[in-house]
Design a binder for this molecule. Structure first.
Ligand code: IMP
Length: 174
């Protein structure tokens, strides 16, 4: 058991809930009458995706993918490793990648390139958080919850060394 970090709330749960609901309404309107395949990027996006998908009114299928660009450190290695692939076929489907945070952009860029080769009908991305100041590849999420400064955040699915994913608010170190 590690010494707990001293944390303060950056984005409170009520603000997250309101923004996630609004994103869900927007996505539902954009995909009205279409079937969506949500590609949830484990493990960080699991909490966000669980809330977001319950605001979608279009026919939706959930699948999960896992890649790793981080060890236990808080800075990226630049290396993306594939840990778990999708079970669904992507070909001919409307695919929405659900990410927790876009930081350097390497992970999202890798996923977009990889899934594009599988011939989806359409392919877009949705992220709860964006840290544009740290970008290493020129990439913008299609749907975005909040833009934040260059801070390391935890909670609402985001971890530090696998801890704090269960916090209901998005927090930063004091
Ligand atoms: P990227 O490839 O640098 O864009 O990093 C994306 C991944 O790094 C995210 O899906 C997170 O898992 C992790 N990450 C980046 N910034 C943070 C943070 O502030 N807190 C927790 N995880 C982060």
């Amino acid at each position: 058991m590690e010494e707990p970090l001293s944390l303060r709330v950056l984005i409170p749960r009520e603000e997250i809930a309101a923004r996630v609901a609004a994103m869900g309404r927007q996505i539902s309107a954009d995909y009205a009458g279409k079937e969506l395949l949500l590609v949830v990027v484990l493990r960080g996006a699991a909490v966000f995706a669980a809330d977001l998908c319950r605001h979608l009114t279009t026919q939706t299928v959930l699948d999960f993918i896992s890649v790793s660009s981080y060890g236990s450190a808080t800075s990226t290695s630049g290396v993306v490793r594939f840990l778990k692939d999708l079970e669904e076929s992507v070909e001919g489907r409307h695919v929405l990648i659900v990410e927790d945070i876009v930081d350097t952009g390497l992970t999202l860029n890798y996923l977009l390139e990889n899934l594009r080769t599988r011939k989806p009908a359409s392919l877009v991305s949705c992220t709860l958080l964006d840290k544009p100041s740290r970008r290493r590849v020129d990439i913008q999420p299609d749907y975005l919850g909040f833009t934040i400064d260059d801070l390391f955040v935890v909670g609402y699915g985001l971890d530090f060394d696998q801890y704090y994913r269960n916090l209901p608010d998005i927090c930063v170190q004091r």
